[in-house]
Design a protein around this ligand. Structure first.
Ligand SMILES: Cc1cc2nc3c(=O)[nH]c(=O)nc-3n(C[C@H](O)[C@H](O)[C@H](O)COP(=O)(O)O)c2cc1C
Length: 159
């Protein structure tokens, strides 16, 4: 079974480009990944994976994308203690609530008991080639931290 799931929303493709570069990094680092649009996912799937990556652009006035709302509500029924997570998304600094959807998802994951192992990644509109490289590194870092947590838990280290 794949041990990382990535679920994202992208209307004009910018967050999807980030997702693709992150996925590349994860796979290069040897991570097993299932990646899908939030429209094809339900929140209960998160429970089957050790690593959870959520991606969302920000909409309205610092809001989650509409297509994330059902998923976000379903998350309330989850218990994610012991899971490791990270969040990313494309943003636009012309809006006052820059990338607020990323922060909203981080808060929700923490509230449900997940540990955020890599800080949220926000980029302005479409990622350029250097930013895509940073997305790749974000994916690699996620896999490395996930493996480290697993090892710590196996050795009985309290983290
Ligand atoms: C109506 C509307 C509202 C938006 N509100 C915000 C916002 O509050 N904060 C922000 O950072 N970006 C905001 N954005 C910008 C989008 O998040 C940005 O265009 C992003 O790159 C879209 O990502 P996507 O290509 O993955 O759909 C808004 C865009 C639109 C059209």
């Amino acid at each position: 079974m794949a041990n990382i799931i990535m679920i994202f929303a992208s209307m004009t493709g910018n967050t999807e480009e980030m997702a693709e570069a992150i996925a590349e990094g994860i796979r290069e680092e040897g991570g097993e990944l299932v990646s899908k649009s939030v429209m094809d996912a339900n929140a209960f799937e998160l429970q089957k994976y050790d690593g959870i990556l959520l991606g969302a652009y920000t909409w309205g006035d610092g809001d989650l994308p509409d297509e994330f709302l059902d998923f976000y509500d379903e998350m309330d029924d989850l218990q994610l203690a012991g899971k490791q997570a990270a969040v990313f998304g494309s943003c636009d600094s012309n809006y006052s609530e820059y990338g607020a959807a990323v922060d909203t998802l981080i808060d929700k994951l923490k509230q449900l008991g997940a540990e955020i192992i890599v800080p949220g990644l926000k980029f302005e509109l479409a990622p350029n080639s250097q930013e895509k490289e940073e997305c790749k590194q974000f994916g690699k870092q996620f896999v490395r931290h996930l493996a480290q947590r697993k090892e710590d838990n196996t050795n009985g280290t309290i983290v």
